[in-house]
Design a protein. Structure first.
Length: 212
């Protein structure tokens, strides 16, 4: 597949670096809060800062992002206020979801972040529906959904990719292969050598990049 590489200017690169550092610092603080007993569990995205930062830097107002149960980095990359996010994690009414969503359900529709979700692969068809909505309404918007290697074999992904292909929908399926799927390790559970190779079966481009 031919790809066009866009050279980013210095200001954009600095802004992206700042976002990645913010994500890392936020996650480090979350860990401290969890260790002190103020948070009842959290799923860290340390080491995964670059992927959503790079993708969200190219999105515009009106585009949608949907995440996983590990989505702090997605939210921050999309511009959700970190103070409101931390308040949400601490169960405060000043949180993004009034303290009722917690770490796995942060959302801010005003930023285009339609939410994290604790169910593996559950946001994939939702993102596909958002893309269908944009197409039906004639809007120039895209939908991005993040998922892990553990969701790459879920039926919801393949059903959504098939519909996205036959309906020509503006949706980007992003697998963050962090190898966290313990019971179904990537090397054992994914045929075709990579998740990206599966895209060819649906007539859509698939690329693999180094998230580090």
């Amino acid at each position: 597949m031919a790809t066009a590489k866009q050279k980013l200017d210095e200001a954009t690169l600095k802004s992206m670096f700042k976002t990645m550092v913010l994500i890392r610092r936020f996650e480090e603080q979350c860990k401290r809060e969890a260790d002190s007993g103020k948070l009842r569990g959290m799923h860290s995205s340390v080491g995964q800062e670059a992927v959503p930062t790079g993708i969200c830097a190219h999105l515009k107002d009106g585009d949608y992002v949907l995440g996983t149960h590990r989505s702090h980095h997605h939210c921050i990359a999309r511009g959700v206020d970190v103070n409101e996010m931390m308040a949400e994690l601490l169960g405060k009414v000043t949180g993004t979801n009034k303290g009722k969503g917690g770490t796995m359900h942060i959302a801010d529709a005003t930023k285009g972040m339609l939410g994290a979700n604790g169910v593996v692969g559950s946001n994939i068809p939702v993102a596909t529906g958002c893309a269908l909505s944009a197409k039906v309404q004639g809007k120039d918007n895209v939908s991005v959904v993040f998922f892990g290697d553990g969701a790459s074999s879920q039926g919801s992904l393949h059903e959504s990719m098939n519909l996205a292909a036959i309906w020509d929908l503006p949706v980007l399926f992003v697998c963050e292969n962090n190898r966290y799927a313990e019971s179904t390790p990537f090397e054992y559970a994914v045929a075709g050598q990579s998740v990206a190779n599966r895209a060819a079966g649906y007539g859509m481009p698939g690329v693999t990049v180094d998230g580090q």
